[in-house]
Write a protein that binds this ligand. Structure first.
Ligand SMILES: Nc1ncnc2c1ncn2[C@@H]1O[C@H](COP(=O)(O)OP(=O)(O)OP(=O)(O)O)[C@@H](O)[C@H]1O
Ligand SMILES: [Mg+2]
Length: 304
């Protein structure tokens, strides 16, 4: 994957990243006006790929975890990754912003193209990648700082231009949190509810103007009302962002996503548990008329 000779025809990765950065900077000028009621799933033909995942395998200390994964993630779409525990959803998600680079012993094979350029190309700066491709985790992880400083942290570190108060307000509005916290910005984020903390983490992610948001079970620790707020938020955000979400909640995947990848986990000949994608399609098709009997068994709750 780090071989620069591999695709001499492709555009240089750093150019694609700079273009993506320019695009994401334009988000600052765009406010979202889409209500969930107006959410319509894009049809397959609309999708312009933001990620092209091709034959991706990931190993931990030489032991394979996922093998030969391949599908495209569409721009301005929500893509759901579903499947039983241990099938490699988080592992694959981490390939999309090079977070696996930070795990000792993890190696990635195959190709991930981002806006057409090799995400693992030799000129690509993983720090820049993680700025453009933000991540929200299962457990809200605010810093032990004020609400304001949580949001301002990234823009300060990156030396982002503009009025910091405005940057913070804009991010909190995008995180659907402003009205709830505007009078307590100086309070410690640990005093917020779990649902508010998770929206704070989404707002913190957006403060640095990413292009893509990766979410790994962002609602699993939340009640249905907070979950609903985050789902509404995702539907608003997809106007301007591309989102990949891992979820164990089938209703959630069916409600919010345009496309769904279904993973299974099987034992290989060496008794390793290997995750694979057995079906990738429009969400509606995956949930109403799946092609693979394993998908059907899973989405109807017969296994998993
Ligand atoms: N840091 C790591 N070191 C070693 N093995 C790992 C690491 N992270 C994941 N694995 C292994 O890779 C496989 C896939 O794990 P992963 O966490 O990606 O699955 P998952 O689908 O996200 O599961 P869950 O739904 O439980 O979160 C598992 O066998 C897991 O033990
Ligand atoms: Mg996981």
């Amino acid at each position: 994957m780090t071989d620069p000779q591999r695709d001499p025809e492709g555009p240089p990765a750093h150019d694609a990243l700079s273009e993506a950065a320019a695009r994401s900077a334009r988000h600052t000028a765009v406010e979202t006006h889409v209500t969930p009621e107006r959410h319509e799933r894009a049809s397959r033909t609309d999708a312009r790929p933001i990620f092209e995942i091709d034959s991706v395998s990931v190993f931990y200390s030489g032991t394979p975890a996922v093998r030969e994964i391949g599908f495209h993630v569409g721009e301005n779409e929500i893509t759901a990754l579903i499947g039983p525990s241990g099938c490699g959803k988080s592992t694959l998600l981490r390939c999309l912003n090079r977070m696996n680079d930070l795990i000792p012993g993890a190696t990635v094979e195959g190709s991930v193209r981002y806006h057409g350029a090799d995400l693992y190309g030799p000129k690509v700066d993983p720090v820049q990648v993680r700025k453009l491709i933000g991540m929200v985790f299962q457990k809200p992880n605010p810093f032990p700082k004020s609400i304001y400083d949580n949001i301002a942290f990234g823009p300060r570190v990156l030396g982002m231009k503009g009025d910091l108060d405005e940057i913070v307000e804009r991010a909190l509005r995008r995180g659907a949190l402003w009205d709830e916290v505007k009078d307590r910005l100086d309070e410690n984020a640990y005093g917020m509810s779990g649902g508010q903390q998770q929206r704070l983490c989404i707002a913190r992610c957006m403060a640095i103007e990413p292009d893509v948001i990766l979410m790994d079970e962002p609602c699993s620790a939340l009640d249905p009302i907070s979950t609903g707020k985050i789902e509404d938020l995702m539907l608003e955000l997809k106007e301007n962002y591309s989102i990949v979400i891992v979820t164990h909640n089938m209703q959630q995947a069916a409600r919010v996503s345009d496309r769904t990848a279904f993973f299974t986990v099987d034992l290989d000949e060496d008794d390793h548990r290997i995750g694979r994608v057995v079906e990738f399609d429009d969400t509606e098709k995956v949930f109403t008329n799946p092609s693979d009997p394993r998908t059907e068994a899973y989405v109807t709750g017969k296994v998993g």
